[in-house]
Every structure is written in structure tokens, then in C-alpha cells.
Design a protein. Sequence first.
Length: 310
Amino acid sequence: MHQNRRNFIKTTATATAAGLFAPLAGLAAQETIGVKAAAGYELLFMATDWGFSGTIDEFCAAAKKEGYEGIELWWAVDNPAAQQSLYDALKKHQLQVGFLCGAGQPKAKPHLETFMKNLDAALNSVQKPVYINCHSGKDYFTYEENKALIDYTTKRSRESGIPVYHETHRGRMLYSAPVARQFIERNPELRLTLDISHWCNVHESLLADQQETIDLVLERVAHIHSRVGHPQGPQVNDPRAPEWENALKAHLGWWDKVIARKKKNGERMTILTEFGPPDYMPTLPFTHQPVADQWAINVHMMNLLRKRYQ
């Protein structure tokens, strides 16, 4: 019987999944960090709405069904209707929330003004967020221009009692490891969202040659985006595939150090599973068909890390 390219790939993937995914996933899940949690340690997994095509209620229902404790999404700027729909869905499905916040203006002054406005609005939302994660500044702003955002978030976090983090993200203030180190060394209250997959891409490596810097960075991490990157991109096509074993182990090693500190100190740890849709997810030529199931991968990462870090 004739089988087209799409059906062939789908059939092949189904047939090989049990043989390839399970052993590697099982190996990773069996490893633990061996640190006893002090009183106060709490592990919360957040779901991303990135790539989800349904309503906010449908998204929250799906996240709750999979076992997530909360969701992370962009604060709905100047959209009261969307904000109310979010509050209703969070209450209905008993989920916590973390907000993404930032600005996109290419000039520093309007960027800062918009950033401050958006952050203030998110901090004053009806449902108090567990944290706010910032896409901060630009990679081409000066140190002082970017530092102004850190100074403002530090002040507002102290006043509100809500943790505010800055994400290690390409194109933003913390786009590379050595640049992030400069900010860390000069801003003692700076706390990070670690999406280290970006740096694998930026530095075209698994960062083995920057261990001192990475160790310093890991001491400031309060929130993790658990996407697995590689030297040529910010997202492997499927972390269960054996060809990505080294990349997965590298990321687990970094995350392990953060979790060990959080457990020892008895602190809350939040993790967002953030494998993304196309074009973060590789696709087949001419069809734009994703080569793997984004939702299933994120649920897999949640289950793997929950067993590892609970």
C-alpha cells in the first residue's frame, strides 16, 4: 500500500518510540540528586500556554489534568476582559500563576517606561502571582541602560513581596554567560530565571569551558525554564531521543545544582516546562509539520523532573 511521507514518519515514530524514548527517559528519571529537603522546600511545576490554541479555560483544564500546580503566561496588558477570563480559569481549576513581563521598544528610555508600566500592572493583579519573570532590556543597550531595569525590579519586588526574576534569553539583557556574570557581580540582589538552552546556542557549546561562570550564575537562579538546548539551537527536537543524551545530561546537571541549593535552604522552587511550538520546534520541509508533540514533551519533562526533585 502506498504511504506518503507524512504517514511514513508518523508510523515510524510510533513504532520506534517504545524502543528509543523509554530507556533514556527511564535512565534520567532513576537518578536523584541525593539531597534531603529542609522544611519549607516546595516544588511547583508551571505549564506554558505557548503554542496552545484553545481558550484560557481549556488550557487551565488541560494543565490541571496533567498535574501541573500552575501556569506561566504573559500578563495581558490593557486587556481587562482577558485578565478576568484568566482569574476565572485560575479559580475554577485551582491553579497558581506566574506572569511574564517585559517591553519591546528598541530605544532604552521608552523601553524602560513601558517595562515599568507593565511590571506595576502585573504586580497589582487581582490574583497574586507566585513570581514575575522578565524579558529584560536588549542585548545592545548599554550596561547602565539595562541596569535601570534591575534597579526598578529590585525596588518593586521589595515593596510588593513578589519575587521578580530576569531571564537568561537571547536578544535580551542576559543574552550570554559572560555578560550575565558582569550583572551578577555588580548587582547582588539580581535573581534569575535560568533558560540556559539559549546560552548553548549563543556559545555553540554545552558550556564546559565556562564552568566557573556557570557555577556563579546557578547561585542566583530562582526559577527554571526546563527546555533542553544544544550547540546549534535553543531546543532539541525531542529530549527523549538518544542522540540528545549528552545535552539532556548537561541540563540536568545544571538544574540539579539549583535544586540542591533550594532543598538545602528549604525554599520554593518553580519550574516551567517550556519546549515550544514551531518554529522553535523543528518542522518537516514544505509542510510545516512539527516533528514531535510539544505538549507531550512538556508533560514528559514535568514527570521526569518531579521524580528527580520531589
